[in-house]
Design a protein around this ligand. Structure first.
Ligand SMILES: Cc1cc2nc3c(=O)[nH]c(=O)nc-3n(C[C@H](O)[C@H](O)[C@H](O)COP(=O)(O)O)c2cc1C
Ligand code: SF4
Length: 397
């Protein structure tokens, strides 16, 4: 039998296969951050589709970490616990496991969504959202570390199987790790040890609250493509430190907002973004025309390719002694098998393949070697500011 479908164990988390739903913002919670009925329906489809582990869409650990995308999950108060208990047992009854992804969006949000001026390690303007963040004080940093730890405690108390810290994609934790966004001269910036201090603070306080057996996972960038940004050489060292600290698994991704969606690859849906995102809708005709030209002729976005984080995951795998989760362009079942078979990664994470078809794992289990239906138009992402998650398969609304 394919190694993809063997059982594995990470501490108290027993998984029926090596396929994981990578965290995907669903936009299926109410304005208070509580999960709505459609999130239950989506997870029902995912569980029925054969996935081993569902990682929820990003959930904010405090309200100023909220996304500018619609309907983000919240986990900043104990009040959430009963609702998440229902969600966790709902998924368990359907044969899958569930982890929650914790995030603070840092400077990659708007003041409107954050309810305050966004915060970041340093006051470096974010050029896609035009956000001017405020540099965090020591008190802010302590508050955020505590917020992650309290959120992890709530995740465990809600009966989830694991928690994942989002330290990728240009959000707050990633902003500390990345030299472009972290220009601090104090103990939180500069050397790798200093930039990593927030991660070790979060890890040790989470661990104290959830105990030794509860899996704490982390998602990192192998690199981002921003000049002066995080490079693979440093990420590998950081991953080694994370493994040494006691993280139980590392998902390897890439990219920040400012590097033109390299997290996703494929089409940059400029028209949909210009039409749908409020910050661009307000812009005049000349600006919109410039953006169209800029993206099509100058940026020339990176085309989609399969397994685009594989090299980074391989490098991380050599530096750590915990499971490595590979995400990004995993569309071909035969390639998944080769990667797992060769030991280049331990788990295969899927986002768009499951948006396009939640039943994709079941098809693979049934012997199909057909690639995913996703055409990498990235409209599912472009329309998230106002709409819940769905597949558009290349046709705009
Ligand atoms: C619509 C959409 C929403 C996403 N939301 C999240 C998220 O909440 N947290 C996260 O870490 N990554 C998020 N991602 C990134 C995915 O988890 C994944 O890293 C990326 O899409 C590459 O994997 P894929 O090729 O399987 O789609 C999102 C991606 C998409 C397309
Ligand atoms: S909208 Fe559908 S086809 Fe387009 S990228 Fe998203 S999942 Fe893939």
């Amino acid at each position: 039998m394919s190694r993809i479908f063997e059982e594995t164990v990470i501490k108290t988390l027993r998984l029926k296969n090596r396929l994981v739903r990578s965290a995907t913002h669903e936009g299926m919670s109410d304005e208070r951050g509580f999960p709505e009925g459609k999130l239950f329906s989506l997870y029902e489809e995912l569980a029925a589709g054969g996935i081993g582990l569902i990682i929820t869409g990003e959930a904010y650990v405090c309200r100023d970490g909220n996304s500018f995308f619609k309907g983000m999950l919240g986990i900043d108060r104990d009040e959430f616990i009963p609702a998440y208990r229902k969600l966790a047992s709902f998924v368990h009854e359907r044969g899958a496991k569930i982890a929650m992804q914790l995030v603070h969006c840092g400077r990659q949000t708007t003041s409107e969504a954050a309810g305050a001026q966004p915060i970041a390690p340093s006051a470096i303007k974010e050029k896609t959202l035009f956000t001017r963040p405020r540099a965090m004080t020591e008190d802010d940093i302590e508050r955020i570390i505590e917020a992650f730890a309290q959120a992890a405690r709530r995740v465990k108390e809600s009966g989830f199987d694991a928690v994942q810290i989002h330290a990728a994609h240009g959000y707050l934790i990633n902003e500390f790790l990345c030299p472009h966004t972290n220009r601090r001269k104090d103990r939180w910036g500069g050397s790798i040890e200093n930039r990593m201090r927030i991660v070790s603070g979060i890890y040790s306080r989470c661990r104290r609250l959830v105990g030794d057996d509860f899996p704490i996972l982390i998602k990192i960038n192998g690199y981002d493509k921003k000049r002066g940004g995080l490079e693979l050489k440093e990420s590998v060292v950081m991953a080694g430190m994370m493994s040494g600290m006691g993280f139980d698994g590392i998902e390897v991704s890439c990219g920040i907002f400012e590097d033109n969606m390299s997290t996703l690859r494929g089409d940059v849906p400029v028209e949909a973004v210009l039409d749908d995102w409020d910050i661009y809708r307000k812009k005049n005709f000349a600006y919109r025309a410039y953006m169209r030209y800029f993206y099509r002729r100058i940026i020339n976005p990176e085309p989609f390719s399969q397994a685009y984080n594989l090299e980074a995951a391989r490098a991380v795998k050599k530096a750590v002694n915990v499971p490595v989760f590979l995400v990004g362009g995993m569309v071909d079942p035969a390639l998944m098998e080769r990667i797992i078979g060769k030991g280049d990664a331990d788990y295969i994470c899927l986002s768009r393949s499951l948006i396009a078809n939640p039943g994709f794992p079941k098809k693979i289990l049934g012997g199909s070697r057909e690639p995913s239906r996703c055409v990498h138009c990235n409209l599912c992402m472009a329309y998230l500011t106002k709409r819940s998650l769905r597949c558009y398969n290349g046709s705009r609304i």
